[in-house]
Design a binder for this molecule. Structure first.
Ligand code: NDP
Length: 452
């Protein structure tokens, strides 16, 4: 008999927390959970899901425009923004309901409210103390806005952009990571004027291949997005209902909204971790070992709140592996190599494995590069000048494909499948043996024959 109220207390009903709670409860473990905001966390409510719906609403505009090249007469068209937001909210509410039902059906006891950890085995929610043999922190991340005059007062973040009452006709975006580039693409497709401000000379970060960063930038410029490299915002003001964004080169850009997509940091607010002595890293990230365990043995953490990879599927995998180990006798751990990811910019970017820069530094003089750039068949009859880019990084000694990168329509869908091949250790010879599916863009990955 346990001396605790529950076996496992999970803090946070986001992707990682819900997966862990649900699976653990399925193993017969007594699980309680605290959540203060919404079922499904960032991904379902203010992240991946509504963002993807936004890429779809924006994609229809491009599709209708391009259809004329195929002979379609597409007349006057307009977007009912309010209707889209309402439909999106309905879908999120449906997903919230599914999460709630899943948790209830698996017998997880839900406590609505902000949780704090009082001691290594006690969680307090709404002044009630619940003891637990183990505590899992899965509180995710939160937006980070730089300390710029007027940024917090007048700017919005990805927490707000899904609830705008109107489509901003002029949008300034600060930051060129996943979020900045995704929303730049969405609002550009919807016809808004988009200005992107960033302090580096290249978009995306070093986790992305240099060619990919350059190619995507070129494509987004072709679509009419205004990029302002090596530029900082110094001040955001509001005058006569319009935001004025002051840049350090003296320029002032007028906008209807200013989006700060300047990164996310772990959300450890109010948990009481410093007092407990939980070891924290940069920006408050909870430091965990390969067992998702903190320096306090009864306290675990998964997902964006940790010092690892901030992606929904990683949080899901971590939460699942943790409870499989703890409660189902499985000896399995997450590999952080070859995690595929996509940026849903326009065009999409997706990658798995090493960039050319990483490969060359790990295996100097042992890297072969294969590249292909083309105008996809679908674009030919339309007026779209969009081009697609693909790249393979191959280890010349072993012939193993170390990295696979794509910029173009459906990149995420295509790279997902190839990621399995890369994880299975596919060689360039295996790629060459694979018959292409014709006519597709994806077949290009198995028909690249000339080293760059
Ligand atoms: P990123 O870390 O990807 O990018 C942040 C951007 O903001 C960078 O351009 C960065 O510039 C800039 N920035 C940071 N601090 C400042 C500052 N003080 N002043 C000016 N610019 C600044 O963060 P995002 O917010 O785009 O996304 C957060 C995380 O969410 C991602 O890392 C990813 O893990 C996840 N995510 C994943 C998605 C997906 O899988 N499709 C979609 C959306 C989010 P610099 O490089 O110079 O620091």
């Amino acid at each position: 008999m346990s001396n605790y109220d529950v076996d496992l207390f999970v803090i946070g009903a986001g992707s990682g927390g819900v997966r862990a709670a649900r699976v653990a409860a399925g193993y017969g473990v007594k699980v309680a959970m605290a959540e203060s905001q919404f079922y499904g966390g960032t991904c379902v409510n203010i992240g991946c899901v509504p963002k993807k719906l936004m890429t779809y609403v924006a994609g229809y505009e491009s599709a209708m425009r391009d259809a004329s090249g195929y002979g379609w007469s597409v007349g006057e068209r307009s977007l009912d923004w309010g209707k889209f937001i309402k439909r999106k909210d309905e879908e999120i509410a449906r997903l919230n309901g599914i999460y709630e039902k899943m948790l209830n059906n698996s017998g997880v006891e839900i406590h609505w409210g902000a949780a704090s950890i009082i001691d290594p085995h006690t969680v307090r929610v709404n002044s009630k103390d619940i003891t637990a043999e183990r505590i899992l922190i899965a509180t995710g991340g939160k937006v980070s806005v730089p300390n710029i005059e007027g940024a917090r007062e007048h700017g919005i973040t990805s927490d707000d952009i899904f609830y705008l009452k109107e489509q901003p006709k002029r949008l300034v975006v600060a930051g060129v990571g996943y979020i900045g580039l995704e929303f730049a693409g969405i609002f550009n497709q919807l016809g808004s004027k988009v200005d992107v401000i960033y302090r580096r000379d290249k978009i995306l970060n070093e986790g992305f291949d240099g060619d990919v960063r350059e190619f995507l930038n070129g494509e987004m410029i072709k679509k009419g997005i205004n990029f302002h490299p090596k530029t900082n915002i110094t001040k955001v003001e509001k005058a006569l209902g319009v935001y004025q964004v002051h840049l350090d080169n003296g320029e002032i850009i007028e906008a209807d909204q200013v989006l700060f997509a300047t990164g996310r940091v772990p959300n450890i607010d109010g948990l009481g971790l410093e007092k407990l002595g939980v070891e924290l890293g940069k920006s408050g990230a909870i430091i965990v070992d390969k067992c998702e365990q903190t320096n306090i043995p009864s306290i675990y953490a998964v997902g964006d709140v940790t010092n690892r990879v901030a992606l929904t599927p990683v949080a899901l995998a971590e939460g699942h592996a943790l409870v499989d180990r703890l409660y189902n006798g499985q000896d399995r751990y997450i590999s952080y190599d070859n995690i595929p990811s996509a940026v849903f910019s326009n065009p999409n970017v997706s990658q798995v494995g090493l960039t050319e820069e990483q490969a060359c530094s790990q295996y100097p003089n042992e890297i072969d590069i294969y590249k292909s750039e083309f105008r996809a068949m679908k674009m030919i009859l339309s007026d779209s000048q969009e081009r697609t880019f693909m790249k393979l990084i191959v280890h010349s000694k072993t012939d193993k494909v170390l990295g696979l990168h794509m910029v173009g329509e459906g990149a995420g869908e295509i790279v997902q499948g190839f990621a399995t091949a890369i994880i299975a250790g596919a060689t360039k010879a295996d790629f060459d043996l694979t018959i292409g599916i014709h006519p597709t863009s994806a077949e290009e990955f198995v028909t690249m024959r000339n080293k760059a």
